[in-house]
Design a protein around this ligand. Structure first.
Ligand code: NAD
Length: 300
């Protein structure tokens, strides 16, 4: 058996097309477009690649975008002052500070400084709390919600299934665990979250109908850890050495694809699976935030 590939490029491009249409509609209806501000502190090359992609996607979909590339020596006070200004700027509906910032920047304080209405990453405790409660008036976190949308796009209903999430980070594992167990359409799974403290992890993964890996360890999930017919979602993005490539490296996920594809019913590739969904949801969230602000401004 060979699993069906879940095409994140296709699903995200459909979502992006709908987002572009929403931006156009909002421009016609309110005379304004959604705006996203991305801030990157320091010179981590990967962070710059990510913020450039976000900026490019804003341009492609017609959103207003502002990029702030701040030097590594930027103080907390300077960063908080910028966030404060953006919080009050009515052309901006989403603010994100690219992770990881330099060590002297307190990420928790930075996240808490962004008003929840513009926290399109869904990192602010208010939005995390709303997500946990199953409330729709906050935001859903980009990568985990991207995973939920991929399942939905392929008609994979988690209801009644055993979903096993490997990883308990605040960005992926924990929110995904919470989203899958909500009593609502497209969720309602029985969820197990396994992590670095789990004893005999494969015992759980082998029982998974839906297995989601978000660990950050190249090709960690091998064929023997997967139940035949399972849906396998690989969130991991890891760069490993590969002397056969001109660049000397290549990207792999947390799943050993060649082995697992033989057992899975559906599987996401890396790249081209979960990756493109993250930016698509970020754009959706910014549009959602803008729509709320525009409606509030006209008293709707
Ligand atoms: P993280 O390092 O914050 O968390 C990793 C989690 O994996 C931890 O909770 C840890 O308990 C668990 N873990 C680590 N080693 C383990 C082991 N041996 N056994 C069991 N559990 C183990 O990472 P993260 O931010 O959640 O990211 C995970 C992966 O997803 C990374 O490869 C990252 O690059 C990728 N990622 C991709 C996207 C995307 O857009 N596709 C977004 C965010 C993260």
């Amino acid at each position: 058996m060979s699993g069906i590939l879940i095409d994140g490029k296709k699903v995200s491009s459909d979502i992006n097309a709908a987002s572009a249409a929403s931006v156009e509609r909002m421009h016609n209806e309110y005379g304004k477009v959604p705006g996203l501000a991305v801030i990157v502190v320091g010179d981590d090359p990967a962070s710059h690649v990510y913020v450039n992609r976000k900026e490019a996607m804003c341009r492609e979909l017609g959103l207003h975008s502002e990029k702030y590339e701040l030097p590594a020596e930027t103080t907390m006070q300077e960063l908080l002052a910028l966030i404060d200004r953006l919080n009050r700027d009515d052309r901006i509906h989403g603010i994100l500070v690219q992770s990881p910032p330099p060590p002297h920047i307190d990420e928790e304080k930075v996240v808490a400084a962004i008003v929840p209405e513009k926290d399109v990453d869904c990192f602010h405790p208010v939005n995390v709390g709303k997500m946990l409660l199953g409330r729709r008036d906050g935001f859903y976190p980009c990568t985990p919600y991207g995973v939920m949308l991929l399942l939905d796009a392929y008609g994979i209903d988690p209801a009644g299934k055993h979903a096993v999430v490997i990883g308990r980070s605040n960005i992926v594992g924990k929110p995904l665990t919470a989203m899958l167990l909500q009593k609502e359409k497209g969720a309602n799974a029985t969820v197990t979250c396994v992590h670095s403290g789990t004893v005999d992890l494969a015992k759980y993964t082998r029982d998974a109908d839906i297995l989601i890996a978000a660990i950050g360890k190249p090709e960690f999930v091998t064929g023997d850890m997967v139940k035949p017919g399972a849906v396998v979602i690989d969130v991991g993005i890891n760069r490993i050495a590969d002397s056969t490539r001109k660049s000397g490296s290549r990207l792999v996920g947390d799943v050993k694809f060649q082995e697992v594809v033989e057992k899975a019913s559906y599987i996401t590739p890396v790249p081209g699976g979960v990756g493109p969904m993250t930016i698509a949801v970020l754009m959706q969230n910014t549009i959602k935030g803008a729509e709320r602000a525009f409606k509030a401004a006209v008293g709707k």
